[in-house]
Design a protein around this ligand. Structure first.
Ligand SMILES: [Zn+2]
Length: 268
């Protein structure tokens, strides 16, 4: 069973704030994602300040903003190579965005594609990244779980995959496969460029057109996997309980994650 360590390194949200969100994230995963995507159920644990995340857990880390890259949890994988989702609380607040919707977005996408390695091919032969919240990412599509706003997400049917449900997204706003709603976006593999291109829905917020936050899933998708590096992050018993990582230059080269994406079906 996947276990998610929830780590609060942000100075702008309290553990109490996050404790209100976590049950909704767990309920969304264990009810809605299990029903639509048949993922394994997960447990979420909000760690006390300064606690070391247990091994073999994925991390959901709340940070202030990406300016903390040299100090906090700016890395692509946890110490033992598990996946990590990052939520930039101060950046979100600065732009009037919902913390819980952003956390839900990252968690849903991590649940479906923890290693950011999965894509699906459309009938024309084009590949689409398995980022299930991007096409429906706008405030008007969110929904409430126990009074906490969470993100809409697309079902396998959006990717033209077999699916028990006739719905293309959880909330029923989408009407056909590969439709990108107003305000949403998607990553499509551009064969000519050999790179990902962002396809934008009508009226996409200028925020989403900006360069993605360093370390975000969008950023990692756009970086070649050979440019990821395996974090040496440790949660030191430092006075400020920060997560400290060495600079990339000091990171052991042998720990680099440079395995090319497997050319298996569904993973170009
Ligand atoms: Zn996304």
């Amino acid at each position: 069973m996947p276990r998610i360590s929830v780590i609060n390194e942000s100075s702008v949200v309290s553990d109490a704030d996050i404790a209100l969100i976590v049950p909704a994230l767990q309920a969304q995963w264990n009810n809605d994602l299990v029903a639509s995507w048949q993922v394994e159920a997960a447990t979420f644990d909000l760690l006390p300040t300064g606690a070391t995340p247990p091994p073999q857990t994925s991390w959901l880390v709340f940070l202030d903003d990406t300016d903390q890259a040299n100090k906090l949890a700016y890395h692509d994988l946890t110490n033992d190579g598990s996946s990590i989702a990052k939520v930039f609380a101060k950046s979100l607040a600065d732009h009037g965005q919902s913390l819980s919707v952003a956390a839900s977005h990252e968690i849903c996408e991590m649940a479906i594609d923890p290693k950011l390695s999965t894509s699906y091919q459309d009938p024309s032969g084009s590949w689409w990244a398995a980022e299930i919240c991007d096409p429906v990412e706008a405030d008007q599509y969110k929904y409430s779980i126990g009074g906490v706003w969470v993100s809409d997400f697309v079902t396998p049917r959006w990717f033209d995959l077999p699916c028990d449900s006739p719905a293309f997204d959880k909330q029923g706003f989408v009407h056909r496969s590969f439709e990108i709603l107003a305000g949403g976006y998607a990553q499509q593999w551009d064969t000519a460029k050999g790179d990902w291109s962002q396809v934008n829905g009508f009226g996409l917020s200028p925020l989403k057109l900006l360069v993605p936050a360093a370390g975000s899933r969008r950023d990692r998708r756009r970086r070649k996997r050979s440019l990821w590096f395996r974090s040496q992050a440790i949660r030191e018993k430092a006075p400020d309980h920060s997560i400290v990582i060495p600079s990339p230059a000091k990171a052991k080269h042998g720990a680099s994650r440079n395995t090319p994406a497997r050319p298996a079906a569904g993973k170009p």
